[in-house]
Design a protein around this ligand. Structure first.
Ligand code: GLC
Length: 738
């Protein structure tokens, strides 16, 4: 963790000397205390107070009662022998009181500057409640929308997640961790958690090391390069060695290769769970496995407190090892400036939920919205052309559900819902009739006739559908990822009226929509858009804002296609349009090898419902003239790829221009496409602009068979376009090293 430029009132050398001075005074018990993170709630009394005073607690989590947090900091500083202040951790995943879109939704903005601003707001609000450490960004890569925690991710792509994860780190930490309102970030969950088998949370992950290094690790390296103060180990079993006891991850890669000097915290009781996994026989062995692998701090369970002293006494763990680990924790506390001041004065920070914060939440929500369908230019709606609007569905007016998962401190009373925003906009201009139709998103019974009647009587039916927030997030995986409950029936009942149907879907994951897509004229995917869902959605529906969001994750046609993602390997028999046959079109007693013989599903084909990077606008864009400034690149050289983007429509709009590459022949097979650059470009109608990308050797390199980063000579292909199916392409050769 390279020290930020102005790390508070001290520099690296001073911090290291202070660490050594403290270690020289600390007892073994106090050192183990710094490695102990305790769940704090309720009054400061009993064993908790005794342990606090004895210096046996180095950090607390989940307490945001400022008076209590300040009192705990006072006790730690004034009533312990060495006065070491506490880390105060909290899951501030996508906002504190003011809630931004879920991270998957923020990823749809492809806007690192905006993502950084959202994290900045979250840090300010959390810091005003005594929090100085958040367990975010969550930068797991996943290609499995069954997994409930996809909601917390920044999507399926390593490059996008790397850029946006680093932006979150900068937002949380600022450029000086000791500055007021900055909080330490935590890159989680290290690593490979998103590959949980069957998308079932906490399930086994089996990831070849080459794939781990090429797909799952890059966002963590990007977070490290951005200065992230801590890492959190994953719950998951990685190739037979759970991450919390995995020295390949925590020593070989994180410390030896990446030279990380931040600290590593376990996930909740994941040290104690090592025996449940079957890696150890008991808590003492679990403590040994985790401390040996390199877990500096144990969250929630107490195997360190119970067994580390004995392990040192028995010579199984050296105190020098503990000194190194405690030093990692002290370094963060010193960089946070906690020794200079551990108290929080809320008056010194902006109030939560203030208009500035809400404005950032609005902008973030607007840019997270993805227009997936817009037949007959159903959208944008025109106020003038409307006399009656039907607002139907369980998520049109639910200030809690629109916030999404992981909003421990979100404030639903701040929420502005779509119905409220629409009603406010309507005024006397047009009528708004609201039919919730379903009590919850899972309701099996729906007021279909009432909904249809409202639709029949309206110029347009706005359907607000999707998932309640509890249906995604930790431990909330789904095997069927279609619209829950009777929502499909609701869509069909409304569509049967013939009134144009606009669906706005709030969900914590991609849903399978094949059964209803034909019944919907326009579709806006809103993820869980947070506090300002209502104004954001209404502004886009009426064209005050032109949608610019692009999918950060692939949408399957059917859950049986999962995992399905754009950066797949070609296989030896890739599907082609000619080779794909639909199950309904197969002749009776067709000869076994008479069709297909390539990689696809008979009942789903080989393509997704919507590809990674896809999103429509209220205008149209065209790409032309893809140029490379050279087509024979000296080994290790850089080249520039560019293309002309033209706004061919009638409205100004913002396009997220994407650049993909492919290395068609390499020492290990490479994906058919890999995102290596993107830019947000706003153009007026008719305007054209050449958009350029620099392709550096780092972007063309990958981890080869020997687990080393390699840049291999040979042909490369390049695409520039508006999604991962881009067709405008060029090629170049990376020449061999002399
Ligand atoms: C949870 C999550 C982790 C979170 C931690 C603290 O189980 O896995 O992401 O930060 O515990 O709440």
């Amino acid at each position: 963790m390279t020290l930020p430029v102005n790390a508070g009132a001290q520099d690296a050398a001073e911090i290291e000397s202070r660490i050594q001075a403290l270690l020289g005074e600390m007892t073994l018990d106090e050192k183990i205390g710094q490695m102990t993170l305790v769940h704090s709630y309720g009054p400061i009394e009993g064993d908790f107070l005794e342990n606090l005073r004895a210096g046996r607690i180095g950090a607390i989590l989940n307490d945001v009662d400022l008076a209590r947090v300040n009192e705990m900091q006072r006790i730690a500083v004034e009533e312990t022998r060495l006065g070491i202040p506490l880390l105060v951790g909290r899951d501030v995943i996508h906002g504190f009181r003011t809630v931004m879109p879920i991270p998957l939704g923020q990823a749809a903005s492809w806007n690192p500057e905006l993502v950084e601003r959202g994290a900045r707001i979250a840090a300010l609000e959390a810091a005003s409640h005594g929090v100085n450490w958040t367990f975010a960004p969550m930068i797991d890569i996943t290609r499995d929308p069954r997994w409930g925690r996809i909601a917390e991710t920044l999507g399926e792509d390593p490059h996008l997640a790397s850029v946006l994860g680093a932006a979150m780190v900068r937002g949380f930490q600022g450029d000086d961790l000791a500055a007021l309102g900055t909080i330490a970030a935590c890159a989680k969950h290290f690593a490979g958690y998103g590959a949980s088998e069957a998308g079932r949370d906490y399930a086994t992950t089996n990831i070849p090391e080459n794939e781990l290094r090429n797909v799952f690790l890059p966002p963590f390296k990007a977070a490290l390069d951005a200065g992230v103060a801590s890492f959190m180990t994953s719950f998951s079993d990685l190739n037979g060695v759970p991450a919390t006891g995995n020295s390949l991850l925590l020593q070989d890669i994180l410390r030896d290769e990446w030279q990380y000097d931040g600290f590593v915290v376990s996930d909740w009781a994941s040290v104690e769970q090592l025996k449940i996994h079957g890696l150890t026989a008991n808590d003492r062995e679990s403590a040994l496995a985790a401390v040996t692998a390199g877990v500096d701090m144990e969250m929630a369970s107490t195997t360190y407190r119970e067994h580390l002293a004995d392990l040192v006494a028995d010579g199984e763990v050296s105190e020098a090892t503990l000194d190194e680990m405690v030093g990692n924790v002290l370094r963060a506390k010193l960089m946070l400036g906690l020794f200079e001041n551990a108290q929080t004065d809320p008056a010194a920070l902006p109030p939560t939920g203030n208009p500035t914060h809400l404005q950032v939440a609005l902008e973030s929500a607007v840019q997270s919205l993805v227009l997936l369908k817009n037949d007959n230019d159903t959208l944008p709606l025109s106020d003038a052309g409307l006399s009656s609007v039907a607002v139907i569905g369980p998520l049109a007016d639910d200030g809690y559900e629109q916030l999404g998962t992981w909003i421990f401190d979100g404030d639903p009373s701040l929420s502005q819902t779509p119905l409220a925003a629409l009603t406010g906009r309507a005024g006397d201009a047009f009528r708004v009739r609201h039919v919730r139709a379903m009590e919850t998103s899972r309701s099996r019974d729906a007021a279909l006739e009432e909904a249809a009647a409202a639709a029949r009587d309206a110029d347009v039916a706005l359907l607000f559908l999707g998932e309640e927030s509890i249906l995604s997030g930790e431990a909330h995986s789904r095997a069927d990822i279609s619209l829950p409950g009777s929502q499909e029936a609701l869509v069909k009942a409304v569509a049967a009226t013939g009134t144009p149907v606009v669906a706005v879907i709030m969900a914590g994951r991609p849903l399978t929509l094949a059964n209803v897509l034909d019944d919907i004229d326009a579709l806006v995917y809103a993820w869980h858009p947070g506090t300002m869902a209502g104004p954001a959605i209404v502004r886009v529906l009426f064209g005050d804002e032109v949608p610019s969001g692009k999918l950060p994750v692939t949408f399957p046609r059917m859950v049986g296609q999962v995992p399905i993602y754009y950066s797949q390997k070609n296989t030896g028999k890739p599907a082609t349009p000619e080779s794909v046959v639909h199950i309904d079109d197969i002749e009776v007693r067709a000869a076994q090898t008479s069709f297909g013989m390539t990689s696809f599903h008979l009942d789903a084909g080989a393509t997704p419902q919507f590809p990674f990077g896809f999103g429509l606008s209220y205008t149209t864009f065209a790409y032309s003239d893809l140029e490379l400034d050279r087509e024979a690149v000296p080994y290790g050289g850089t080249l520039t790829a560019s293309a002309v983007l033209t706004n061919t429509g009638k409205r100004a709009g913002t396009e997220i221009v994407q650049l993909y590459i492919r290395d068609p022949a390499a020492s290990v097979t490479r994906p058919v496409r890999e995102l290596k650059g993107f830019q947000r470009v706003t153009l007026a109608p008719g305007e054209s602009r050449r958009i350029s990308f620099r392709l550096t050797p780092e972007l063309l390199s990958f981890t080869g068979r020997d687990m080393q980063t390699v840049l291999e000579p040979g042909e490369f292909r390049v695409w520039i376009g508006g999604n991962s199916d881009a067709s405008l392409q060029a090629r170049f050769d990376m020449l061999g090293a002399d």
